[in-house]
Write a protein that binds this ligand. Sequence first.
Ligand SMILES: *Cc1c(COP(=O)(O)O)cnc(C)c1O
Length: 430
Amino acid sequence: MADREFGFETRTVHAGSRPEPTTGARATPIYQTTSYVFEDTEAAAAYFNLQEYGNTYSRIMNPSVAAFEERIANLDGGAGAVAFASGLAAQSAVLFTLLRPGDHVVCSSALYGGSVTQFKHVLGKLSVGLEFVDPDDLEAWRGAIGDNTKLLFAETIGNPGGNILDIEAVAQLAHEHGCPLMVDNTFATPYLCRPLEWGADLVVYSATKFLGGHGTSLGGVVVDSGEFNWSNGRFPVVADPSPAYHGLAFHETFGVYGFLTKLRAETLRDLGAALSPFNAFLLAQGVETLPLRMRAHVANAQTVAEFLQSHPMVARVTYPGLPDSRYRSLVEKYLPLGCSAVFCFDLPGGREAGRRFIEALSLFSHLANVGDAKSLVIHPASTTHRQLNDQELTAAGIGSGTIRLSVGIEDAGDLVWDLEQGFSALEAAP
Ligand SMILES: *Cc1c(COP(=O)(O)O)cnc(C)c1O
């Protein structure tokens, strides 16, 4: 049994989860505890010195959280993972771990609105330079990388324009310059795409979305391939002895776990955005049905996107799974099982048409989230992307009449019926 390489579906259910040794509980319990009794003072010292692995305090580690981390690292093929209280907390933790004033980051311009705001303002406050590039333009990526660039960042499936990242090409470019590529794989999930297999170094998730899958719990996670060479001269912040951990040199001491150990033992310790054990339990449980849900999400998204594309009142549908998508060859390479279920379409008539359409829907819930089993709808220009100026909106592919859908796992015919209610409301409008 040990020799067998288990399939993805088996690992979504079993990875990270083993019967609890003292009670035999098959489900990983919710270890709702802040702290752990040490065997003796020597063991306590060894844990705090990172000489031995042992639980100390739940801001840094917790068995329910560890089970979730192990499951995601396994599904992505990473060396390990560290979970956080939210997707943005996970991203902040990477930024705070890697960057110092004077450093520079290159980002895709087609990002989740919250990520654009986070990168722009947090990095600005830290005096870290930032350049946004068109993610489809390899020469723009190349041109933006400078001597002090420390990170490239993009989404597998761009938000909300549906840009598909050429992960292999951008990773190669990053590595030519000694930089890591971090990919936000929230929309694809490891079921549809595993960026580490294409050369990405770090993968970040908002587990709040498809991983958890039910719109109940915030969470985030960083997965590390363990393969990036942090001792290449560009990252003294990871390679050199750390003053924040009594002179420990993380990469030299922990090898493939060097970055992850620093991320946990320093950054999570200091920023404190720990995932709660209860949320870890719910998120890990969500992952058990990830393949089943993603197959249903993808099939429904395809049906809904094709319905919208053939509708005379729709100007544009950004679903990269449509046959005439300009990302077709990238989809075949990176997303052979489908393009997830979040996309936009444009209604002529701008803001007012958008409002009227959304108000006529009854199955689609109007709210600011994606990746729920339930279908969701929102008007990005007035909500999620409200902080962006017109130029940034255009760069992100959003117009005033753009509607974003997150297609759920309901009956596809019912979803099309609901959208028809929206169009009827537009036709009835004066
Ligand atoms: C929601 C989301 C985030 C942020 O995650 P939170 O869990 O809300 O902090 C980041 N990236 C993408 C693509 C998202 O959809």
